[in-house]
Design a protein around this ligand. Sequence first.
Ligand SMILES: [Zn+2]
Length: 314
Amino acid sequence: MRHRQPIAEPRMLPEPNRPRPPLTAADGRITNAMSVDVEDYFQVSAFEDLVPRARWDGFESRVVANTDRILGLFEQHGVRATFFVLGWVAERHPRLVRAIADAGHELASHGFDHTRVSGQSPRAFREDVVRTKGLLEDTAGVAVKGYRAASYSIGRDNLWALDVLGEAGYRYSSSIYPIRHDLYGMPEAPRFAFRLHPGAITELPVTTVRIAGRNWPCGGGGFFRLLPYALSRWALRRVNRRDGEPGIFYFHPWEIDPAQPRMAGASRRARFRHYLNLSRMEGRLVRLLQDFAWDRIDRVFGIQVSAGVGEDGP
Ligand SMILES: [Zn+2]
C-alpha cells in the first residue's frame, strides 16, 4: 500500500491510468521522465524582488542559446523530454518553441510570466493558463497537455488550481513538490501520480526519495547541484527499484550557463541557490542522461490529449 499517505482532506486517489508495469528501456531499466522549465536567468523566483517584470525586456536574453544547447545534448543521448515553457518566452522566441516540438519533445506550459499560483486569484490563474496554452499551441501547432507552476506553487492552500487546469483543457500538472521547503512544498501530498477526485486531472509530483520517514528531494533543481552526483543517482535508483516508480527530473536552461551575468544586489541566500555549482551542471546532466532511461512525461505516464477510453473511462 505504498500510496497510503496521511492525508485527511481532500481525499486523493492514486492515478488509475499510468502504465502498469512502468515503461522500461530495452535493457529493463524503468523509463524516467525528463523535464526542462524554460525560463531565463533573470525570471527566477530567487530574484523576483530584484527584477520587476517590466524590466525583463532590458536584460540580455540567454534562454534561446541555452535551450538550443540542451536540445543538442538530448539529441546526442537519444533523450526525449517535456519542456515547460513560459508564455513570455514563447511570445518573444517562437522559433525556439517550434524547434522543441519539431525535435520530438513534449511542449508544455510553465504559465505566462512566472507568477506563483499562491499569489494569484482563481480568476487570474485561469486567464494565465488559458492564455499560455493557447499561445504555445498556436505557435507550435501541437496540443499542450501539461502544466508546471512557477516554483511548485500549488499546495494545500490552493488545490483549486488543479480543477482550473482541468477546465482549461490541461490533462496533467507537475506542480506539487511533496517536501518541506521554505518557499514551497506539500510534504503530506502523495509522492507519486494522483488525482484529487474522480474526474480531476492527474498531478505528477516531482520525485522524492523516502528516507527515515521523511521525503527528500531527488528530482533536480538546486538539490542536484548541491549534492554529489553519486548521491542523486543512488536516490533515483532507489525510487526505481524500491518504489517501482518512474522518477520525474527537472532543470533549467540557465543552470548549464556558468557565464550568465551576475545579478547585482542579490541576497547571499539567493546567490547561493542560483549560482552554486553551475559549472558542474552540464557534466552531471550528461551522466544522468547516460545512467538512466528517459522519455517525455506524457509518454511515461500514459497521458492522452483528451478524455476518452483509457482515461476517465467510456
Ligand atoms: Zn520556473
